[in-house]
Design a protein around this ligand. Structure first.
Ligand code: BGC
Length: 285
C-alpha cells in the first residue's frame, strides 16, 4: 500500500467493530472526574456545545465544551491511555468517556467531537506514531470513530488543538505575527500560528539536535527518564527553543504541558472541540 494512502475501508470497519465491542466492557478507569456526576443532565439550550478529547501518551481527557467561551461544561474525565495504545483500544476508551459525557450533559446528536492526537493528522487520517502504537500510521481515525460514536468526529494534532485554544481564549489572544506553542509531555509538541492562522502538523519535536530527535531531551518525560534535575532539563529545553527561535524568529513562545499555559491542562480539550466544530461547519458547507 503506498504510504500516503489511508488504511482500506475494511480495516477501518474492523477496528470500529473491535472498538465498539471493547467499549461495552464495564471498565472503571476514570481517574479525574473533578467532581460528582450531576443528578440530572446539564441543560445547554441556546449554547453552542461540542465535545473535546485530548489523547496523550499517558492519559486521555475529555469534556463537553462551550464553543463560544471555551469553558468546560460538567465533568472533566481522564482515563489512562491503554497500553498498547492500539487504535481499537484507544477508540474504545474514547467511546466509554463520551458515553458518560452525553449522560451528564444534554447534547444534540450532531454535536461534533474533536480529538487532539499526538501524531501528524491529515484529513482525519493519522500519518505518524512517535509515542503511540504503530497501528495508527495511515489509519482513518475520523472514519473509525464516526462509526463507533455515531457523531461527526474530527481529529487534529494535539499541539495544534492546544494552540487553537490558547490563541482564541488564552495568552495568544490578538497576537499577530509568528507565534509558537510548545507542549511538553510524553513528546514535545509544536504549533505555529501566523496572524492567528494555524500552520498545521509542524512536528518540531522531531527536529534534529545533537544528532537525535529534539524531544528525546526536551519532552517532560525525557527529564524523568534521564533522571535530570529541573535545572539540567531546562538547559536542554532552552537549546531546543533557541534552535526554533533561530529558524523562525517568533514574536511569542507559549509553553504548555508541564508548565501549563493559561488554560492549564484543558487547552487540548477546548481546542479540539473548537477545531472540530469549525471543520464540521466547513464540511456542511
Ligand atoms: C508527536 C507530535 C505530538 C507531540 C506531543 C510528538 O512525538 O510526533 O505529533 O504533537 O509528540 O504529543
Amino acid at each position: 500500500m503506498p504510504k500516503d494512502q489511508p488504511a482500506p475501508v475494511a480495516d477501518t470497519d474492523r477496528v470500529a467493530r473491535e472498538a465498539a465491542a471493547l467499549a461495552e466492557a464495564p471498565v472503571e478507569d476514570d481517574q479525574d472526574k473533578a467532581g460528582e456526576a450531576p443528578a440530572k443532565p446539564i441543560v445547554v439550550e441556546g449554547r453552542r456545545v461540542g465535545i473535546g478529547v485530548d489523547v496523550g501518551g499517558s492519559g486521555i481527557k475529555a469534556a463537553a465544551v462551550d464553543l463560544d467561551t471555551g469553558e468546560l461544561i460538567g465533568l472533566r474525565h481522564r482515563v489512562p491511555t491503554p497500553q498498547p495504545s492500539t487504535p481499537a483500544a484507544v477508540c474504545a476508551s474514547i467511546a466509554r468517556m463520551i458515553r458518560k459525557i452525553v449522560k451528564e450533559v444534554e447534547l444534540e446528536d450532531e454535536a461534533p467531537v474533536g480529538v487532539g492526537f499526538p501524531a501528524v493528522v491529515i484529513d482525519g487520517v493519522t500519518k505518524s506514531a512517535a509515542n503511540v502504537d504503530a497501528g495508527w500510521v495511515d489509519f482513518d481515525a475520523d472514519g473509525a470513530l464516526e462509526r463507533v460514536l455515531k457523531r461527526p468526529v474530527h481529529m487534529i494534532n494535539d499541539a495544534d488543538a492546544a494552540g487553537v485554544a490558547e490563541m482564541r481564549f488564552g495568552i495568544g489572544q490578538g497576537e499577530r505575527g509568528t507565534v509558537f506553542l510548545i507542549t511538553l509531555g510524553t513528546g514535545t509538541g509544536s504549533a505555529l500560528f501566523f496572524n492567528g492562522m494555524l500552520v498545521p502538523n509542524l512536528e518540531l519535536g522531531h527536529m534534529e539536535i545533537r544528532g537525535r530527535d529534539a524531544e528525546r531531551r526536551s519532552a517532560a518525560v525525557a527529564r524523568v527518564r534521564r533522571g535530570l534535575s529541573w535545572k539540567a532539563w531546562a538547559a536542554d529545553l532552552d537549546e531546543h527553543l533557541l534552535a526554533i527561535e533561530k529558524l523562525f524568529s517568533p514574536r511569542l513562545f507559549i509553553i504548555g504541558g508541564v508548565v501549563p499555559a493559561t488554560l492549564r491542562n484543558d487547552a487540548g480539550i477546548v481546542g479540539a472541540a473548537m477545531a472540530a466544530a469549525e471543520m464540521e461547519s466547513a464540511r456542511q458547507g
